[in-house]
Design a protein around this ligand. Structure first.
Ligand SMILES: NC(=O)c1ccc[n+]([C@@H]2O[C@H](COP(=O)([O-])OP(=O)(O)OC[C@H]3O[C@@H](n4cnc5c(N)ncnc54)[C@H](OP(=O)(O)O)[C@@H]3O)[C@@H](O)[C@H]2O)c1
Length: 378
């Protein structure tokens, strides 16, 4: 995961004349605990302003034109660090896999690297400083960024502050638009014609004695309905409110009830260990690979020990190749035009599937028409 860490004032100001706006001991402690043991990425000016040189117990990566397009290890009176060009840093971020990397400023670097971040640890300082010349992007006004947590307000030297977390949510606009534009009646008719026979997901749930099942990314609720028809007690969510609207109507018409809500697959809002099983059909492969990693960990969190995650993944086919797209360094297909404009798809090989599995989990891959990935929580 790539995360930015920043302290902002009420106007999202972060610095003045090369220095910080203020120093809060509680914030510095949080920063040290969060980033220790990981790589920290910063601009040359932020590095130059560190009072004791390179930050200890962290891989210091300093972006500078002095790196001349490369990656240059340095050991001098400021400690050990790596000078890196912006291009090399972006390559590093695009290929970070499971590694956690922190972008720690300053203004230029935050702006340039925010598109690579999935999370922002943001310390809100409850004050508007009179003078400032460097700012953090206004993620509080950006549609894709959502505040998912905010801690209690704390106070130090008459300065109030609180720790908040923002996450970039994925694909919302594509899915929102798709579900809002869809002909609801046609979808309901389609769902009514669905094959309600036992399939390998239902078999997986029955063989695992599942009762409480979550349908993660349920779309219009057609599969939620099928789960209900097999007698499971079902909760379901989708990132698009329009999809949940259709799902509610569909279930009501069929005389079934399920707990439905709007939520993101990377932040479901459910308690730990609360389901016997989580089913996620055609979701994990329809978000970018980095988001898929976060999503799998989130779904694993909400399933109980001994419970099962059943995830379907599509193979790449002609249709994916045909629609206009570009492929990024992670191998994500980013559709730039046509009917899937704004959508992301990732086709997983066995090696990549292995990288998705949470530590210590048992898993099985059943590859027939598409891939069924079965992960058992230990
Ligand atoms: N509140 C907070 O949480 C926080 C955190 C960090 C920093 N800050 C504040 O932010 C301010 C510093 O931010 P800043 O925007 O002035 O500077 P900065 O982002 O720290 O560093 C800018 C430098 O990074 C290098 N750089 C930037 N883009 C590059 C590119 N595309 N290619 C190669 N090198 C590139 C350049 O170094 P070269 O000149 O060597 O080429 C450039 O001068 C300070 O006031 C600091 O206190 C606040």
């Amino acid at each position: 995961m790539i995360a930015a860490v920043v302290a902002v004032d009420e106007n999202f100001a972060i610095g003045h004349q090369g220095g910080m706006l203020t120093s809060i001991r509680g914030d510095l402690k949080m920063f040290r605990e969060l980033t220790s043991g990981h790589a920290v990425i910063m601009g040359r000016k932020t590095f130059d302003a560190l009072p004791n040189g390179a930050l200890p117990n962290r891989r210091n990566i300093v972006i500078s034109s002095r790196a001349k397009g490369g990656f240059v290890p340095v050991s001098d009176h400021r400690g050990e660090y790596v000078l890196s060009s912006m291009e090399k840093t972006k390559e590093l971020l695009e290929n970070s896999g499971d590694e956690t990397l922190f972008v720690i400023g300053g203004g230029v670097i935050y702006s340039e690297l925010l598109p690579y971040c999935q999370r922002v640890y943001l310390t809100k300082i409850h004050k508007a400083f009179d003078v400032a010349d460097t700012y953090f992007p206004r993620i509080d006004r950006m549609k894709e960024w959502h505040e998912i947590r905010c801690g209690e307000i704390q106070e130090e030297n008459e300065l109030k502050y609180q720790f908040c977390i923002y996450e970039r949510q994925i694909n919302n606009s594509f899915w929102d638009q798709s579900w809002n534009e869809i002909d609801q009646e046609r979808i309901i008719q389609y769902a009514n014609q669905l094959d309600m026979k036992k399939d390998c997901i239902i078999e997986g749930l029955l063989s695992n004695d599942a009762q409480l099942v979550c349908d993660a990314g349920c779309g219009c609720g057609a599969y939620t309905l099928k789960l209900c028809s097999f007698g499971f007690s079902v909760s379901a969510f989708d990132v698009a409110a329009g999809a949940i609207d259709i799902a509610e109507k569909l279930l009501e018409k069929a005389g079934y009830a399920a707990e439905l809500k709007t939520a993101s697959v990377t932040d479901t809002g459910y308690d730990d260990d609360c389901f016997d099983a989580v089913v996620s059909r055609d979701v994990i492969d329809h978000i970018c690979k980095r988001d898929a990693m976060l999503a799998i960990h989130e779904l694993y969190r909400i399933v109980r020990p001994g419970g099962v995650l059943l995830i379907t993944l599509d193979h790449l086919d002609e249709e994916y190749e045909k629609e206009p797209h570009r492929i990024n360094q992670d191998g994500d297909y980013l559709f730039s035009d046509g009917k899937w404009k704004g959508m992301c798809f990732h086709s997983y090989d066995l090696q990549e599937i292995k990288a998705l599995i949470p530590d210590g989990a048992a898993y099985e891959v059943i590859d027939s028409d598409g891939i069924l990935l079965k992960i058992i929580k230990q």
